[in-house]
Design a protein around this ligand. Structure first.
Ligand code: SAM
Length: 227
């Protein structure tokens, strides 16, 4: 007999509320409860979708403590959905521990395809997308230069997540380690009203972003090392 899915990983919009799939909406309506990174933010989305469901919080500060209880709930036959604040849970977001525990406990997990920030950024970059690496956020201090040194030798297109207040620092360090002539894309506020896709050499991007206040959410895509 086919085992039924107990935990659904459900992507939510990264800005534009239209970017939620019909299946995601159906699953959110069908499950017994929703595990949310921020119950208040998810509450706003559910209200918009006219869905009323019990919410429990599941975030990086409680995931170790709550995983066991969630596994019990799933074993007891509850069907749950995991959502994060935006995009696909687990991708630079909480959820990995829970997926791993479900697998260890023979609980069927299913991730729905849907919104995530790095895919539109990669495609908008016009850089080779047949092979790429997703680096997520660089470490803030310890290990940062080591990662940059490794990235300097990387031949595949490189994708990074960054916060607006660290963008210039990161672009400058990418320039120092990878070379300022590399082509890069800074994708800002994807899917939102003020979406910007700035594509240029790292040196020109530094000038561009030095000339204005940097706001919003950011993905950086950098050309890999030439052969
Ligand atoms: N789970 C999310 C996903 O699937 O993309 C990522 C969550 S991570 C905590 C948040 C980071 O994703 C932001 O700092 C930014 O780097 C990137 N991001 C999320 N939404 C974005 C958007 N609308 N435009 C550009 N970058 C975005």
């Amino acid at each position: 007999m086919e085992v039924e899915t107990a935990l659904y990983i459900v992507p939510t919009p990264i800005g534009n509320l239209e970017d939620i799939t019909l299946r995601a909406i159906r699953i959110l309506k069908e499950v017994d409860g929703i595990l949310a990174e921020d119950t208040r933010k998810t509450g706003i989305l559910l209200k918009h979708l006219e869905i009323s469901k019990p919410l429990s919080s599941y975030h990086i500060f409680n995931e170790h403590q709550t995983v066991k209880r969630i596994i019990e709930r799933l074993h007891n036959g509850e069907k749950l959905a995991l959502v994060s604040d935006a995009g696909t849970p687990v991708i630079s977001d909480p959820g990995f521990l829970l997926v791993r525990e479900c697998i260890a406990n023979d609980i069927k997990v299913e991730c729905l395809p849907g919104a995530t920030a790095f895919v539109p950024a990669l495609v908008n970059s016009g850089l080779p997308a047949d092979k790429f690496i997703f680096e997520g956020f660089l470490p803030h201090k310890k290990g940062r230069q080591t990662r940059l040194n490794i990235l300097a030798e990387e031949e595949r297109t490189i994708i990074l997540y960054e916060s607006p207040h660290r963008l210039l620092k990161t672009l400058k360090q990418l320039g120092e380690s990878l070379g300022t002539d590399r082509i890069a894309l800074v994708a800002r506020e994807l899917t939102k009203i003020h979406e910007e896709n700035a594509r240029d050499t790292i040196s020109e991007l530094i000038k561009h972003f030095e000339a204005k206040a940097i706001k919003g959410e950011i993905v950086i895509v950098v050309e890999g090392k030439g052969k």
